[in-house]
Design a protein around this ligand. Structure first.
Ligand code: ADP
Length: 191
């Protein structure tokens, strides 16, 4: 299974990704984590990306696409993967489709974790992480709504989108995630 998890900052993607990779037994490809590793080991890509990340801006596509494309070619991704943080824009989604198509692969399904904006702000205020400066957090939500939300239509038009209510306990939400995965598995079998 090749699945994408999409959700605004504070939606609880991290928690659900952890559970989902255990269920699917596929690698977890988080572009945020990959970038932080590049920054830490001071690679050329990392040094270039850092300036954008510090300002809460999207890192330029050539860096992201190169990184994801190399990772997707690794043997452990043959059986599938969970994509987290990529694609984040419409051009990235189109590039991903091209990358996969060239390897006779495709996206099996996309899960949207839907959480209302006031709940995201409430969670940010209560968890108080140091990168959760209220102004920067608002900026990340705005960037999600502007750049990432259009992806939902892109995948809905392909019949690949499952929108899930992101309110409730982690367990309740994961039950909904599992229902979506079952649906993707069924669709993949009849394709
Ligand atoms: P968030 O909590 O905002 O979802 P991530 O850990 O996914 O954060 O990403 C951290 C930062 O890495 C982003 O703010 C952005 O600068 C950069 N980044 C991650 N994925 C991408 C991507 N697909 N395209 C461009 N920039 C990205």
């Amino acid at each position: 299974m090749r699945i994408i998890l999409i959700g605004p900052p504070g939606a609880g993607k991290g928690t659900q990704c952890q559970r989902l990779v255990e269920l699917l037994r596929v690698p977890h490809l988080s572009t945020g984590e990959m970038l932080r590793a590049e920054v830490k080991s001071r690679t050329p890509a990392g040094l270039e990306a850092a300036a954008f990340m510090e300002q809460g801006q999207l890192v330029p596509d050539p860096i992201i696409v190169g990184m994801v494309s190399r990772r997707l070619q690794a043997p452990d991704c043959r059986r599938g993967c969970l994509l987290d943080g990529f694609p984040r824009t419409l051009p990235q989604a189109e590039t991903l489709d091209d990358l996969l198509e060239r390897r006779a692969m495709s996206v099996d399904g996309v899960i949207e974790l839907a959480v209302p904006r006031d709940e995201l702000v409430r969670r940010m205020l209560t968890r108080g992480r140091e990168d959760d400066d209220p102004a920067v957090f608002a900026q990340r939500i705005a960037s999600f709504e502007l750049q990432t939300a259009p992806l939902l239509d892109y995948y809905a038009n392909q019949g690949k989108l499952a929108s899930i209510d992101g309110l409730g306990t982690a367990e309740q939400i994961f039950d909904r995630v599992k229902v979506a995965v079952k649906r993707f598995e069924h669709a993949a079998r009849i394709r």
